[in-house]
Design a protein around this ligand. Sequence first.
Ligand code: IVH
Length: 717
Amino acid sequence: MANRIAELIELIRHHDQLYHAHDDPQIPDTKYDQLKSELLELEAAHPGLVQLDSPTQTVGADPSTLFEPVEHQIPMMSLDNAFNRDELSAWADRARRRLAALRARKAAEEASGQRSLLSVEEEEGGGEDDGRTNPEASSAELGNLVCELKFDGLAVSLRYENGVLLQAATRGNGRVGEDITANILALEYEGKRSVPHRLSAGAPEILEVRGEVYMPLAAFDALNAQQEAEGKPRYANPRNTAAGSLRQKDPAITANRGLSMWCYSVGEIQGGPGLATHSTMLEYLESLGLPVNPENTTVDSLDAAWKFIEQCEAKRHDLPYEIDGAVIKIDRLDLQRQLGSTSRAPRWAIAYKLPPEEQTTRLRDIQVSVGSKGKATPFAVLEPVFVGGSTVAMATLHNEDQVRAKDVRPGDTVVVRKAGDVIPEVLGPVLSDRPAGLVEWKFPSVCPCPHQEPLVRENGDAAHYCRFERCPEQLRGWIEHFAARNAMDIEHLGEQRVRLFIKLGLIADVADLYRLDYDRIRELEGFGELSVANLAAAVEASKQQTLARLLVGLNIRHLGDTTSELLADAFGHLDRVMEASVEELAEVDGIGPIMAESVYEFFRSEANLEIVGKLRSAGLNFAQDTGGDEAAETLPQTLQGMTIVVTGGLEGYSRDGVGAAIKARGGKSPGSVSSKTTALVVGENPGASKLEKAETLEVPILDEAQFQRLVETGELP
Ligand code: IVH
């Protein structure tokens, strides 16, 4: 046991040093928190083995020798963590018990005129986490709670004397930090000073204000854009970049990194108004011109604090800076004083940690996928890991240069980051975990398809390409692109199915999707009657997509969603786009000469014209306005004069697709039920109000199969 404790202490110290002193953490916060929790548990079970300088009893890391040391007159503390609601409640219970015990002791002392010989811990009812309920516990109330965001940056202390900023220091080990005054004085964001050099009127004689220096996401993105433009590797995350930027020897470098600060507490204070609560203290700091976060909220119960935490989680990615949790603080300063601190953290505050967005996992392999335009993109095959709210098993590595810059090798332990809906990213390897003899990854020289044509990287291009026109990998990429949500939106056509259809020779180009041999497909393993019907319906519905979506699906080089929309609006019909000269195409606002040339050339290729011809004979809509175009009118007008409302999701249609399919057959599809409604079609998760209204007005209610029959026959069941 003592061995494991010693090992954990050494490991945690090593990572503390990397994080705090070198700004170069090599494991994500979760892994670090796990080590810390394990040590805490072992120490709780074996109190005799707790060392005074254990990382559970201390804060941060010793300062480096890069900057002059600064001794904090009032130590800069850390915070204890809660990871769930129970742990949050346990913190509040502990605080209540302690206040009750203190009060009981005071009463007893007053009664007997003697000091109690028991420690508060003993009177409280045992250890901090024993979970026992003390009958006194509920009698002590915590009063209001201040809820704050937990900013993911680095703690600093600013010392103002008579309103003038004289010294700024990092936290260091909590007692001694580093003098970073010159760097703090240089901070600017969006043309304004990030911290005032001089406070507004009313400043006390001495004020040490504490807070977090962080890098706003916009500043981080701008810095990375600049790195990319200069061909330099991207920075991994805003927190480490903020720390690295702040601890520069040259303040000029720090100055233009956009670092900002949120103030959340005070150290030494002499003079100024006597304040009774933390919330009024924050208001006071703000009145002095210091940056105080507008999200701070004062609540009157733990339930309300929990709501704040839930809101933090929900809006985590809408904030213009990163947070890693919330901090809940007891508002009354007298209660804060009574509760005091352990050697590393105050008892009157708790940090609630949000689920991690970075994790480590093993990089099983690096493979290459070939896209619709022949671009070969390397991607990481990962041991599946739960991070940022979902399981991640793959992540793009973009191109050869990115793999090299990150120096990730199959067999490495890597840090994976996934923030909310953002695409997962491999940040880099954990070098300390790299097995000996792991070889650098080399970009494959041939395409992964059976033809194994060479992958070439042309001068000045970051990407490799397969130039073989009939490459089945490219075809798969094109078909997936054609069927994608932003293009023809064909559901039930996943990657595996596309691969299979290509392999069986059922599709050789995108137009073949409209002449699929469903009898053959029905015989394939994994295709039931329903799934074939769904696929057929989805393919059918896609015929009515707009011209803009068709243009996206055609996969014309340089043309994206927005520019396809511009062309579709300007020309109205595919035939007009095809007939247009380069000059006419380039006349459209937003279409540049390279794009115009590319569109023109696309429609001069025999192979592409053949595909367009096949799409035309399959009856696809070539017009931008699907309401009354020539192509749509060629469909049987089975729904002529009918008004069909749809609620909930239908298996065979996308949300937009179903409306388009109704209109294409002469019907109307408004968003609400009225007495004029012919039928209400009900899918998955329907809206209750539409259903109720249809029932009241005795409008026929159809399921998807009945709707399908109506579309085909024009007759209501
Ligand atoms: S209060 C004595 N409030 O989180 C209380 N800390 O994990 C000191 N942090 O060392 C801290 N946001 O660097 C406080 N709203 C907030 C915070 C915050 C971020 C940091 C701070 C602290 C660390 C503990």
